[in-house]
Design a protein around this ligand. Structure first.
Ligand code: RIB
Ligand code: CA
Length: 316
């Protein structure tokens, strides 16, 4: 039976890729999408999500707008990497569908009841909706099978700040709530997602495929490739959020370790850092009792890359 999954997104080019991959993954049953501010506003992310799902022929999945403001941090501008509209300034037609009208926090709580014990939440955005849902209903975590997060970094620095990855550093207080919660959790951090990249050859393969999903992905990628090229000098873009979907459908492609993981909220230079206690890789190293997260330390790059391209409609 497919796993029921709820996405929490700030769609975003790589969020869109993650959603497209999910629509083409028979292992998953996409039961809802909640949106939050991040790459664009929460309502802009809903527009982009509906557009993305419609490109994949998916019209029945509810899309709920969530919070527009983080707990403390002001919004940050991500237009340089995702475009002003969040999906590469590709001038997409308006989606036919509309947001459901339910708040993303309420949708999460409702779906946690409807799929109690089985629901997997894939969070590819700041964790504010999730933290507020946990605060609103303290029993939520009892009903979730797992939260899979694109965010943080275990063994390297950040992108929003030297040690702050955007999804965590945009709302460190919310992330702290989620990383301290008593619920199975997987973290696919920036240090791992930066390893799996699409390049010009992948773009050409997506463009050439006779598949609307592949072609929609191809529409979004030139802006993203250009942004990466400007900052790294290489025409290759990391497909961060899509890796969370790969981690659900093919966890063996990742090296995962259960490690104490906390979010720094106070450091002048390290606010928003995920502090992963790597000493705990050694069985007898005394690290004390702290909440643990299944942290990705590595990924089989070729396997994940091939999986994502195949699900997006590129035949080998
Ligand atoms: O740091 C990468 C994350 O930030 C991704 O989720 C991307 O969409 C941006 O929100
Ligand atoms: Ca995102």
């Amino acid at each position: 039976m497919p796993t029921p999954v709820l996405f929490d997104v700030d769609t975003g080019i790589d969020d869109a890729l993650a959603l497209l991959v999910a629509t083409r993954s028979p292992e998953l049953d996409l039961v809802g999408v909640g949106t939050i501010a991040g790459n664009v506003t929460a309502s802009g992310a809903a527009f982009n999500t509906l557009r993305t799902l419609e490109a994949a022929g998916v019209t029945e999945v509810p899309v709920a707008v969530g919070v527009e403001n983080f707990l403390l941090e002001p919004p940050h501008d991500a237009s340089w990497i995702h475009g002003t509209d969040g999906i590469g300034d590709t001038d997409q037609p308006a989606p036919r569908g509309r947001p459901s009208g339910e708040h993303a926090v309420d949708q999460l709580l409702r779906l946690s009841h409807e799929h109690a014990g089985r629901l997997v939440v894939i969070a590819t955005a700041p964790l504010t909706n999730l933290a507020l849902a946990m605060r609103k209903d303290a029993t939520l975590c009892d009903r979730l099978a797992r939260i899979v997060i694109m965010g943080g970094s275990a063994q390297d620095g950040g992108n929003k700040a030297a040690w702050g990855e955007a999804n965590i550093a945009n709302d460190p207080e919310a992330a702290q709530v989620v990383f301290a919660a008593d619920v199975p959790r997987t973290m696919i951090g920036l240090d791992v997602t930066m390893k799996v990249r699409f390049d010009q050859d992948d773009l050409e393969a997506l463009t050439a495929a006779s598949d609307p999903v592949a072609n929609f992905a191809a529409d979004l990628l030139p802006f993203y490739l250009g942004a990466y090229e400007r900052v790294t000098g290489r025409r290759e873009c990391a497909v961060h959020d899509a890796l969370t979907v790969a981690a659900v459908i093919d966890p063996d492609a990742f090296t995962l370790r259960s490690l104490p993981t906390q979010v720094e909220t106070r450091g002048d230079l390290t606010r928003g850092m995920t502090v992963v206690d790597l000493r705990a890789r050694f069985a007898n190293w005394p690290v004390g009792e702290q909440p643990r997260t299944d942290v990705a330390l590595d990924v089989d790059v070729d396997r994940a890359h091939a999986l994502l391209l195949e699900r997006l409609g590129v035949r080998a």
